[in-house]
Design a protein. Structure first.
Length: 388
């Protein structure tokens, strides 16, 4: 046989060695000039014994297969089962996929969220698959061209609500994007879910912006109180506490707001946006509740930390305005649909019902995570008036 070692010849030798028992001799033939030198070096790294032939005309060398444990893969580590993650992921597993064999000496990485209890939920793979299947195209999923007539002030109200939604969505993008980079890749489904959640939020920012600018040259008002509320979310660096504040309470309240907007949207574009965004948000809330519930079951002390985080945030925001008046008024006008006093009265009542529904939703979700009804009521009442 004529072949060169560095031209893939080693694959033939490896292939044969894989099929035979330890210590079985294999004769290697070939006529590449440096073949014997390459074979010797390779066998040394792989832990195989080798005799170089002294005569010409026969095999170049005879290799005796060594034990699989010697050589380059000595000390290699398995990263566990392909489907079920370990309790603790190790820094030296690095970027390797779950169930890969990692060569000894691979670099260590710093992924601070490296335990299953902190990040995992048994539903996570299913939620990721649902999210991947449910991605929608903003260009085609929204009826941008559909004609509609709106009173100028109702259009302004829609623009104001969109302005508010955009900054909330921006916080909701930044936070999972940051945590995605802190999750140990061993828990890849969580990392993937957070990445697709960030992509959902990117799409939400896109469609809210496009709706706001559909008939107006610029956005509305962004208040100090609204941004202060969102800053407390961004400033929370603990994954569990952030999941409570952002996903369970914030996105949970937003879900109710999106249903409200879907119901009372004054135009087909806003209605369809609220419907599609609401579907995405429901997944975000589901994951937040799922992993916190499972975390609390393993570590009941977490409930106290979650309650403290809600109280702390309330105290920080105690002197801010909460929901901006412009957003509140815009929601009333959207729900009223006109400036008739009776319509405005009904619109105002609908917004009161919205706020009560949000509160009920938060209490329900807090109970799911593990709080008793009375604590859930107290904690829900402490939630930011900015909704998110
Ligand atoms: Fe969103
Ligand atoms: Fe979200």
């Amino acid at each position: 046989m004529t072949w060169g070692w560095i031209q893939g010849g080693h694959l033939l030798v490896k292939r044969v060695l894989h099929t035979i028992a330890v210590n079985t001799p294999v004769a290697v033939y070939g006529n590449a000039p440096e073949l014997a030198i390459h074979l010797r070096a390779w066998c040394r790294t792989q832990g195989h014994a080798i005799e170089i032939a002294k005569t010409t005309g026969g095999p170049v060398a005879v290799i005796h297969r060594g034990s699989a444990e010697v050589g380059r893969w000595r000390g290699a580590e398995s990263t566990g089962d392909a489907t079920i993650p370990e309790e603790q992921a190790h820094a030296y597993w690095g970027l390797a996929g779950r169930s890969a064999t990692v060569e000894a000496g691979a670099p260590t990485f710093n992924f601070p969220l490296d335990t299953r209890v902190e990040v995992w939920a048994k539903e996570v793979a299913k939620l990721y698959a649902q999210a991947a299947a449910a991605q929608w195209n903003p260009a085609t999923a929204i009826p941008w061209e559909e004609p509609f007539d709106l009173h100028d002030e109702v259009e302004d109200a829609v623009v104001q609500v969109m302005t508010y939604l955009i900054e909330n969505e921006t916080a909701a993008l930044v936070i999972p994007a940051r945590f995605a980079s802190q999750i140990h890749p061993h828990f890849r489904e969580v990392m993937q879910l957070l990445a697709i959640q960030a992509a959902d939020e990117a799409r939400h920012i896109d469609v809210f912006t496009r709706r706001a600018l559909l008939r107006r040259p610029k956005l509305g008002l962004s208040t100090a109180g609204g941004q202060s509320s969102l800053k407390t979310l961004i400033d929370e660096t603990d994954f569990a506490l952030s999941a409570m504040l952002l996903s369970v309470l914030g996105e949970g309240s937003f879900l109710t707001l999106l249903w409200f907007l879907q119901q009372y949207a004054p135009d087909p574009v806003t209605r369809q946006i609220a419907r599609l965004v609401g579907q995405d948000e429901a997944r975000h809330v589901t994951f937040g509740i799922a992993h916190l519930t499972q975390h609390v079951q393993k570590d009941p002390m977490l409930l106290g930390r979650l309650a403290d985080a809600i109280e702390r945030r309330h105290d920080i925001l105690a002197n801010t305005a909460g929901l901006n008046e412009e957003v509140f008024d815009a929601l009333v006008l959207i729900a009223a649909g006109s400036w008739e006093p009776e319509a405005l009265r009904i619109g105002w009542n609908k917004v009161q019902i919205l706020i009560a529904d949000m509160n009920q939703g938060r209490i329900h979700r807090l109970c799911k995570v593990g709080f008793d009804e009375a604590s859930a009521q107290v904690l829900s009442a402490l939630h930011t008036r900015n909704f998110m």
